[in-house]
Design a protein around this ligand. Structure first.
Ligand SMILES: *Cc1c(COP(=O)(O)O)cnc(C)c1O
Length: 413
């Protein structure tokens, strides 16, 4: 069956026809049969150059042979035990070794679970119930962070989804990204804040990098007010480099959350922190967290293989950075929009200046983006179908693919 027919059927049996909202491309999404390297192959016979890369996890590309072999070898040994495994120590040691100050790790199954548990941990540790997030910052689809953007810094959070308990999100406050004064003002007026959670580089509306000094200011302000700082590095972990944003910007959070790349393309989440905080997690302490699939052997194997591969090939990051630079340099000088890139993360915003926060990003011309997206699809290039999702390069995007992309960007913009 073709994509159009499959989607017609899907709409009968899956809400919106999809398993996650961003996949609901109009008039119908393409259906993938298989993927390898930088390409997605569809039921319609297309071979698409993929710059979405499953929204972040596939830094090494689709079906990377090294990871594939590790997954195959693990499958032969079984794929779920419900017991401790030596592999937990391997991946935990890698995370700890790469992130100074992080001493203990809890593995979960998704990034959303990681941030959910990290916030519970922060509340349990601090004995305070308020949290702060950045406007438009994404931390997965769980209640405490499903707060409407634009509800303002000093007002109480209001739900961004039906079914979320208003009394719960009333504890969630928001500040604009890149605005340390707003954070300072909020904290000066509130005593009940346990933690500030943010993506150190906004990845779900951008990329929007932190302005010079912002993360340092955030670190200082949270410490001065006895508020835990949580870096959500689910995208940036091992994406910006080994050690993620916290090493690149030399700012140490109290708690870090990971996902995506650390599972090598299989489901995973993790949160880390110093021993004195992490000891609060059950069974060591009173903050409950548990899961059937926590630390599942297949994800741990694929994740550890990925991290070992990156350690053995540190030049990958420079190559990826050169790739997005080449795309940027190919763009016309008189362009109307702005190209933002950070290593292998990049995006063309249909807005004259690069956005510094959510409100500015939202001023982009989404109708223009839609035309751009369609023109890229005509060239068999798949970028995320939203002005507000980061594009990703992978190791599988070689010189030919980059050159093709650069030309397509130049023409389609
Ligand atoms: C993707 C993402 C999450 C959620 O991870 P899932 O595995 O999709 O639950 C959380 N935080 C950030 C920054 C993300 O990009």
């Amino acid at each position: 069956m073709k994509s159009e027919e499959l989607f017609a059927r899907a709409q009968q049996i899956l809400p919106g026809g999809v398993s996650s909202p961003v996949r609901a491309i109009r008039p119908f999404p393409f259906y993938t049969t298989h993927a390898a390297g930088s390409r997605l192959h569809t039921v319609d016979g297309e071979s698409l150059l993929d710059c979405c890369m499953a929204y972040g996890p596939l830094l090494l590309g689709h079906a990377h042979p090294y990871i594939l072999n590790v997954i195959r070898a693990q499958l032969d040994k079984g794929w779920l035990y419900g017991t401790p495994t030596p592999a937990e120590l391997d991946l935990a040691s890698l995370l700890i070794g790469d992130h100074p100050g992080m001493e203990m790790v809890r593995f979960v199954s998704t990034g959303a679970e990681a941030t959910m548990a990290a916030l519970r941990l922060a509340r349990g540790y601090a004995g305070k119930m308020g949290i702060i997030k950045t406007e438009g910052g994404f931390h997965g689809a769980h209640d405490a962070v499903l707060v409407k953007a634009g509800s303002g810094a000093t007002t109480l959070g209001i739900p961004d989804s039906a079914g979320v308990v208003p009394d719960l999100v009333a504890y969630t406050h928001q500040v604009p990204f890149n605005d340390s004064d707003a954070l300072e003002t909020l904290l000066r007026n509130r005593e009940d804040i346990a933690a500030f959670i943010l993506e150190p580089v906004m990845g779900n509306i951008g990329p929007i990098p932190p302005q010079r000094g912002y993360l340092e200011a955030v670190r200082e302000i949270t410490a001065a007010h006895d508020v835990l700082l949580i870096f959500d590095e689910v995208i940036t972990g091992y994406r910006l480099g080994i050690g993620g944003a916290q090493v690149q910007y030399r700012v140490k959070p109290d708690i870090s959350t990971f996902g995506k790349i650390i599972g090598g393309g299989l489901p995973i989440g993790a949160f880390c922190g110093p021993r004195k905080i992490m000891q609060m997690i059950a069974p060591a302490g009173p903050v409950y967290q548990a899961g059937t699939f926590n630390g599942n052997p297949l994800s741990l194997a694929a994740g550890a293989a990925t991290l070992h591969y990156l350690r053995d090939h540190p030049k990958i990051y420079r190559t990826l950075d050169a790739g997005t630079r080449q795309i940027e340099e190919s763009l016309p000088g008189d362009r109307q929009g702005s190209f933002v890139r950070l290593g292998s993360m990049f995006k063309y915003f249909f807005r004259s200046q690069p956005p510094a926060n959510y409100v500015q990003a939202k001023q982009s011309d989404t109708a223009a983006f839609r035309i751009f997206w369609e023109n890229m699809m005509k060239r068999e290039i798949f970028i995320p179908p939203s002005q507000f999702e980061t594009n990703f390069l992978s190791l599988a995007h070689g010189a030919d693919e980059i050159a093709y992309l650069a030309e397509a960007y130049r023409e389609c913009i």
